[in-house]
Design a protein around this ligand. Structure first.
Ligand code: ADP
Length: 597
């Protein structure tokens, strides 16, 4: 209980309907009706003590006018306590004769419109009050049962008081049960708010969205006027603007921002929340001057109390949330404080996840940019190299044909030609790699006879194979197998796969190329009895610049671009490429392209 709020500065009783539970009211209503009926009073009301130091009239039996005015109204508790001290003690009941009335009934109650003067002794005066304070097992005042206006017009005698005592005890029990019920309902409400936060925040991809999605659930769950959330960056400073849900727009002055950040971290270390309100004791983490500064800031926004909750995960504090209530709002209960800290942890975890996801996205974007840059760089450089290289090779050819060159000069010319040729091959591959990126080829695709393409490439390589005693076989069906592709690309695929097969198959080995149609796909298969590829290297085979570490493969010239280009070309046609290989036993590459017709 707190008296910190003092009397509200209001002309009429404040209306509040903090208790939402209809069942609780029904139980109290039955008690009040019983008293009115059996004990014979025109006006019977049950009030309960709220956490913020007010009495709230929950139910009232009596004239409609009084019910309208008083149900759910609030009156400060302190004057009632003072008033009870002045009453006649009838045991459970306290009788307040009108002469000793100090309560301002015009402001906080209702007085029957009956003559107030010349009331005979023993008769009831319209301003007399009969109140049974309802106490819990530990003696705490939980509420009151108030009776006014006996039907017989008389102050109750001893016999009637006994009946009233009985009802007062019943009412006390009902109020205790009702309060307990409300407390449980409150816990459920808060637990739901907490669960909502977790549910909403899981998998949310940016810290801002975490706040946007959870903010409302928290404000509603706590029945707060507004929710403020200030994030703190890894450098310990406030990060970004204050997030606000409900209430007016707020901007934190520099001093308050600094306090918020320092206080959040300390509160997170200690795993505690703080209530900041004018009459509340200054908490351990804020000094008196800082406390006064915050209270003044809150007063400027008409905020009566602030529940300050740190947010974080592990040892790291990510900021703090503040739940505000206005004047007349309930005090922050222990359950609320505990749940708020839980939510601070949930939010902290959600923010940590979101931050990781955000960083991952940033990283992916950066990598993508880097890949784009690499592509552009390679394309530009190879493009710029192509013409000078052609010139070099042309002039070397002229030079080599010059008569009278010494043997040394001829050897030099031959070396330049070989090196230049290799360089031209790499530049050509790089340009091809760039060209085969991105855009799908469906617009320019046409039916291409795969068997014919294979025959042409095999014919070109036949002499080379024969020179190395390699058997070069083709297996082609009678019916042409048509792939929907660009002829130039198909030629490139076959040339590359067959070239590799010849290159990585020792002298005397066998290479077989076949084509077939499988469903709606045209399949090209190139098998060799060559050196094979280690299983752990197969996944990287189609990466740019990948070359095997196998010494037998390294011994062959190559740039590591051939298969990367093939894969890009194949994928441009919505096809795929597969490899099957075993070291020392050979390899099989299979290309699947959409079939035409
Ligand atoms: P390059 O042949 O220019 O090195 P590729 O991209 O065509 O580049 O091939 C990448 C690597 O894959 C080669 O270095 C080689 O180690 C391996 N490889 C490709 N085809 C075969 C094959 N038929 N048999 C064995 N290894 C192969």
């Amino acid at each position: 209980m707190s008296e910190s709020l003092g009397s509200p500065d209001l002309d009429r009783p404040v209306r509040a309907s903090r208790w939402s539970d209809a069942q609780s009211r029904e139980a109290l209503q039955a008690i009040a009706e019983g008293v009115a009926e059996v004990a014979g009073f025109e006006l019977v009301g049950v009030s309960v003590v709220r956490e913020d130091g007010y009495l709230q009239i929950m139910v009232l039996v009596g004239p409609e006018e009084a019910r309208k005015l008083l149900i759910d109204s609030l009156a400060p508790l302190a004057p009632m306590v003072d008033q009870l001290a002045l009453a006649d003690d009838w045991g459970t009941l306290k009788f307040i004769p009108h002469e000793r009335l100090i309560l301002d009934l015009d402001r906080w109650g209702w007085v029957a419109d009956r003559p107030r003067d010349h009331v005979e002794p023993g008769k009831w005066h319209p301003q007399d009050q009969l109140v049974a304070p309802l106490r819990g097992a530990d003696g705490t005042l939980l509420g009151t049962l108030a009776m006014e206006l006996p039907r017989d017009g008389l102050i109750p005698g001893p016999a009637q008081r006994e009946t009233l005592e009985f009802y007062a005890r019943q009412a006390a029990r009902a109020v205790v049960a009702t309060l307990e019920h409300e407390r449980l309902a409150e816990q459920v409400r808060l637990a739901r708010a907490a669960a909502d936060v977790v549910r909403l925040a899981v998998g949310t991809q940016s810290p801002d969205r975490v706040l946007a999605e959870c903010g409302r659930a928290i404000t509603d769950g706590f029945r707060a006027e507004s929710l403020w959330i200030q994030r703190i960056g890894p450098d310990g400073r406030c990060d970004g603007p204050l997030y606000v849900d409900g209430g007016p727009t707020v901007r934190l002055p520099a001093g308050i921002r600094a306090l918020a950040s320092a206080h959040s971290r300390r509160a997170w270390e200690r795993q505690c929340v703080a209530v900041l309100a004018p009459e509340r004791p200054v908490t351990g983490v804020l000094g008196p001057e800082q406390h006064a500064e915050v209270i003044e800031f809150l007063a400027g926004l008409e905020v009566e109390s602030l529940l300050f909750v740190p947010m974080g995960a592990g040892r790291e504090c990510f900021g703090a949330m503040g739940l505000t209530r206005r004047r007349g709002g309930a005090e922050w209960s222990e359950e609320e404080a505990a749940t708020a800290l839980e939510i601070g942890r949930d939010l902290g975890r959600a923010l940590a996840n979101a931050r990781t996801l955000e960083r991952e996205h940033q990283l992916v974007d950066e990598l993508r940019e880097l890949a784009d840059y690499k592509e552009r760089l390679l394309a530009t450089v190879s493009h710029e190299m192509k013409n000078p290289l052609s010139a070099i090779l042309g002039y070397v050819e002229i030079l080599g044909a010059e008569p009278g060159l010494s043997d040394t000069a001829l050897a030099c010319v031959a070396a330049i030609e070989r090196g230049g040729g290799r360089l031209a091959q790499v530049v050509g591959d790089l340009l091809l790699l760039h060209e085969s990126t991105g855009i799908e080829a469906s617009a320019t695709a046409e039916p291409v006879d795969l068997g014919q393409a294979v025959t042409e490439v095999v014919d070109l390589n036949d002499a080379v194979a024969r020179a190395r005693r390699q058997t070069l076989r083709t297996e082609l069906p009678d019916v042409p197998v048509l792939a929907l592709a660009e002829p130039r690309d198909v030629d490139h695929i076959v040339t590359n796969l067959l070239g590799n097969a010849l290159k990585y198959t020792p002298d005397g080995g066998t290479i077989a190329v076949s084509v077939e149609r499988v469903g709606d796909q045209a399949v090209l298969c190139c098998t060799d009895s060559g050196i094979g590829i280690a299983e752990e290297e197969q996944a990287r085979l189609f990466d740019e610049f990948f070359r095997s570490t196998d010494p037998a493969a390294v011994a062959q010239p190559g740039s590591g671009l051939g298969l990367a280009i093939v894969r890009r070309v194949v994928e441009r046609h919505r096809g795929r490429i597969e490899v099957e290989s075993a070291i020392g036993r050979g390899s099989t590459f299979r290309v699947f392209l959409p079939a035409a017709g």
